[in-house]
Design a protein. Structure first.
Length: 131
């Protein structure tokens, strides 16, 4: 395990199956973007290994809907293909408790969020929206 602690950032864990990271503005100490995903545990991988996307979040309302999350989803899809995963799963919840103290202006509604994730589904890497 590698634990990284940068500026005022909380500790983030990276190992062979867990990935959580943020991009921070070093002058303000504010998070700009956070992503969290993990691969299914090895003991469950004999059949249908997959990645679970837990969180992808653009912190600043004025930066949302400008392709930042899409850029990292494309990278996640590339990674899933390289790791020979069968699919990526996500459970979109626009009003999750985690976000109750965040500014959600310019954020997707629940339906927009579901549609956003569904558009990434492809034969090359299925993107399964779990509701």
């Amino acid at each position: 395990h590698v634990i990284i602690n940068t500026n005022e950032a909380e500790e983030y864990l990276f190992d062979d199956r867990n990935f959580k990271f943020s991009i921070w503005n070093p002058s303000t100490g504010l998070a700009l973007f956070t992503m969290d995903f993990f691969k299914t545990p090895i003991q469950y991988r004999s059949k249908n290994p997959f990645i679970i996307l837990e969180l992808i979040y653009v912190h600043l309302p004025e930066w949302r809907k400008n392709g930042i999350a899409s850029y990292y989803i494309k990278k996640l899809i590339q990674y899933a293909i390289e790791e020979k995963m069968d699919c990526i799963k996500v459970t979109p919840i626009a009003d999750a408790v985690n976000f109750k103290n965040f500014d959600l202006s310019n954020a997707f509604s629940q339906q927009e969020l579901v549609d956003y994730y569904k558009k990434w589904d492809s034969p090359e890497m299925p993107f399964e929206v779990v509701l």
